[in-house]
Design a protein around this ligand. Structure first.
Ligand code: FAD
Length: 543
């Protein structure tokens, strides 16, 4: 099996590349995905998110190593394992980050990656349904961005409460002003999830020059000297080689992409040779620079019938909402749960927002792993995270077994400044939840509970309960320094014919959710690849 391009990982980024590289019909493209096709209705129905995350097939169900600064707890890390990848199980919030995040990438030496230069790729990807035509948003792109269809009264109460607590309102987190409270824009179309598979892959799947293989897990990149020539995959109990005439593009995500490089002998020698793998290229940065958003959650009992959302105890309401969804694509089942949010500063000295809040209209379910919590009664929860953590972790190999998960060490709060900011975020969250706007809904605080008041109580609560809010990045860092894994054209340094083009290339974690930025990265990668082909064609024609 030989194709021009072999794309490894059919997630958020892989779907973009599969579409863009196959669009003009000139190149044969193969997309390899370890998980199954994305046919589950729990993917399509936004309210099915808990079931999608709980699925054994659609989620890798990773665990981190014990976290030394969080009471030695290993933390659970869901990651999508199906076409669309994590965009098929995520919370659908459409956020690009702050303009200065990308200017920082450019300042680090990544030419072509400033906000001004990247905005066209964000716009190209987007179909901004609310219809405002301004310099920030795109029309006619594959990724549909919509307003929540039927926001819960609690989400409006949250925005009101944030304003009462002294935060501004903002019209658009992705527009001129990120700071403030608003409803999130959502990656949805017709009240249903618009994953990157739905956005990009559906229209491309019928093309003769695109082959999509599911249920095939890549185990290494095939090298011929210093050139990548394909990928070895494990499928239905046997190994196959899928060859690439032009390039292999890794889009296996912030965990999968560095793991594949290490399994292929690309990375620091001392991380590779002890696992019985031949060392091919010395790249000390592979797997390093892991960054993630750590989240603390306050949960409050909801006493107002007006704002009660879809709930297993409410059979009549459940049936009504199911019918509303099936016939009108409206109601509770169109909800992504995290309908409203806030970007704020931990101190007036901060030049831009460094905290993000997700207001969720239901109880915290510990990443859908604790459905028992739903039977504690109706509740709402406020999530708070620190946007640009200083702590750095790593992905390393556990063994030479390519089918085993790697070692995930995010090293949360190894820099104490991250912990201190999380305490500030917790206090801001509590102040918002105490505002008059919540009065009609507010019951007792369930977690951590009003008894936890002193700084020591709050710190202990954070250490014992802080969780990921799902944005690991940075493990195949783009840059020009010795720790860079890819250059600003996303080429793996020291190897020809190999790129990485997913969330792992972010040099620093952006201030917000990571699906829109990953989509932008893949759009830019496709454009770089196609421009290169065009340049080669011109040179060949001239010769
Ligand atoms: C529960 C959850 C909620 C989230 N909520 C939001 C949100 O509301 N908004 C937002 O912007 N972001 C959110 N995110 C984050 C966002 O979805 C990710 O940052 C983004 O999807 C990352 O894209 P990616 O292409 O780098 O990786 P992924 O989308 O994870 O894709 C990687 C793909 O590669 C496949 N793969 C891995 N290894 C191999 C292999 N060896 N062989 C073949 N295939 C392989 C995987 O199965 C997967 O399909 C959330 C994530 C999660 C998990």
């Amino acid at each position: 099996m030989r194709y021009d391009y072999v794309i490894v990982g059919g997630g958020s980024a892989g779907c973009v590349l599969a579409n863009r590289l196959s669009a003009d019909g000139r190149h044969s493209v193969c997309l390899l995905e370890a998980g199954p096709p994305d046919r589950s209705p729990f993917i399509r129905i936004p309210g099915g998110i808990l079931q999608a995350i709980r699925s054994k097939q659609l989620n890798w169900h990773f665990w981190t190593e014990p976290q030394p600064h969080l009471d030695n707890r290993p933390r659970y890390w869901p990651r999508g394992r199906t076409l669309g990848g994590s965009s098929s199980i995520n919370a659908m919030c459409y956020i690009r980050g702050h303009a200065s995040d990308y200017d920082e990438w450019a300042r680090l030496g990544n030419r072509g990656w400033s906000y001004r230069e990247l905005l066209p790729y964000f716009r190209k990807a987007e179909n901004f349904e609310p219809g405002v035509t301004n310099d920030f948003h795109g029309k006619g792109g594959p990724l549909n961005v919509a307003e929540p269809r039927d926001p819960n009264p609690l989400s409006h109460a949250f925005i009101e409460a944030a304003v009462q607590a002294g935060h501004p309102r903002t019209a658009d987190f992705n527009g001129a002003q990120q700071e403030g409270a608003a409803l999130y824009h959502l990656m949805q179309k017709d009240g249903q999830r618009c994953s990157n598979a739905r956005a990009y892959l559906r229209e491309a799947e019928g093309r003769k020059n695109l082959t999509v293989m599911t249920g095939v897990q890549a185990t290494r990149v095939l090298l011929d000297g210093k050139r990548a020539v394909g990928a070895r995959v494990f499928a239905s109990g046997r190994y196959l080689d899928v060859l690439a005439a032009r390039e292999v593009i890794l889009t296996a995500g912030a965990i999968g992409s560095p793991q594949l490089l290490l399994l292929s002998g690309i990375g620091p020698k001392d991380q590779i040779v002890p696992h019985g793998i031949a060392h091919a290229v010395d790249l000390p940065g592979v797997g390093r620079n892991l960054q993630d958003h750590l989240d603390v959650i306050i949960t409050v009992k909801n006493t107002s019938r007006r704002s009660i959302s879809f709930h297993p105890l409410s059979l009549w309401r459940g049936l009504r909402e199911l019918l509303r969804f099936l016939f009108f694509k409206r109601g509770d089942l169109t909800s992504n749960s995290a309908e409203a949010g806030l970007f704020s500063r931990s101190s007036p000295a901060e030049p831009i927002p460094d905290l993000q809040f997700h207001f969720v209209i239901a109880a915290n379910t510990h990443h859908a792993q604790d459905l028992g919590v739903l039977f504690r009664g109706y509740a709402y929860s406020l999530h708070a995270c620190v946007l640009r953590p200083k702590s750095r972790g790593a992905i390393t190999l556990r063994s030479g077994d390519a089918l085993a998960p790697p070692v995930i060490q995010p090293n949360y709060c190894s820099d104490p400044a991250d912990f201190d900011k999380l305490v500030v975020a917790f206090k801001q969250a509590r102040a918002i939840l105490a505002q008059p706007a919540f009065e009609p809904h507010r019951g007792p605080e369930l977690d951590p509970g009003q008894a936890a008041q002193s700084d020591a109580d709050i710190q202990a609560w954070i250490r014992a309960n802080a969780e990921t809010i799902y944005h690991p990045v940075g493990t195949c860092k783009m840059g020009v320094d010795d720790m860079a894994v890819v250059d600003p054209e996303l080429r793996v340094r020291g190897i020809n014919g190999l790129r990485v083009a997913d969330a792992s290339i972010m040099p620093t974690l952006i201030g917000g959710n990571t699906n829109a930025p990953t989509t932008m990265i893949a759009e830019k990668a496709a454009s770089l690849l196609l421009q290169e082909v065009m340049a080669q064609t011109v040179i060949a024609a001239a010769a």
